[in-house]
Design a protein around this ligand. Structure first.
Ligand code: 5GP
Length: 235
């Protein structure tokens, strides 16, 4: 498949058109940003980790009946994906309270959330991904009720599966962000599943094994990303 012009460049990825109207090529970058782009840096080979880990997670999810945009790996940094139309709603799944939920609501960091909390944010760099609810989604015509029902069902199914997968890798899946897209009348899981978009705490020590190492200057960022990938590659 031929890589044609760049369609879009985000903070962590570039999306390219291809000679197939149904496919894009995604190229993962090492650039890292946090706190609304105020903190900028590079995590060496993060693009490789996120590309390879996402590929593995999408393949495992496919076997669980969760369809995603992923088609195949091209190389360490690039994948072919289906040309989905991204729904501008970020879906956050929280099993344990931390991060913005603690800052916003004052709940105890590390509080186990039962039931699991689902949040939606508007996907908008300009407005800093503000929290929205089902009424905003309906009124702003971001997605239909039927689409949101499918998205909710997929998000909880993905959470149940991933919690168990990471538990078996000695990682507690704290929270994560998902994005979905439309493709040929279907809702597909899109974007990526990586230490950039999930929080993992090592079971027993609560060592942070994700982008919080970069956000909070905890050190060993590159090594931790590599460690998570190595675990995932045993699956
Ligand atoms: P929080 O709202 O606490 O900052 O993030 C909750 C979870 O969603 C974390 O796992 C975080 O990595 C992920 N997340 C939320 N918003 C974004 C985003 O805009 N980009 C990325 N990469 N992850 C996000």
């Amino acid at each position: 498949m031929k890589k044609l012009e760049k369609l879009y460049e985000g903070k962590a990825k570039m999306v390219f058109k291809t000679d197939s109207p149904d496919h894009y090529i995604i190229e993962y970058k090492d650039d890292a940003t946090a706190f609304d782009g105020k903190k900028k840096g590079t995590i060496e080979d993060k693009g490789v980790v996120n590309n390879l880990m996402s590929a593995k997670m999408f393949q495992l999810l496919e076997k669980q009946g969760i369809e995603s945009h992923f088609v195949e790996l091209i190389n360490d940094r690039e994948s072919i994906v289906k040309a989905v139309e991204i729904i501008k709603v970020e879906v956050i799944v929280r099993n344990v309270a931390t991060g913005s939920m603690v800052r916003r609501l004052g709940v105890q960091d590390g509080l186990v959330l039962d039931p699991t909390v689902l949040e939606y944010c508007l996907k908008s760099d300009e407005y800093s991904d503000p929290l929205i609810n089902d009424y905003h989604i309906a009124a702003m015509k971001l997605a239909t009720e039927d689409e949101m029902q499918q998205i909710r069902d997929m998000a909880f199914k993905i959470n149940a599966f991933m919690r168990e997968v990471f538990f078996n890798l000695n990682l507690n899946l704290i929270d994560f962000k998902l994005e979905f897209g439309r493709y040929k009348g279907k809702i597909l899981l899109a974007d990526e599943i990586s230490p950039d978009t999930c929080r993992f705490w090592e079971i027993g020590t609560n060592r942070k094994m994700d982008k919080d190492r970069f956000r909070q200057d905890l050190g060993n960022v590159k090594a931790t990303y590599q460690e998570v990938l190595q675990k995932v590659q045993t699956l």
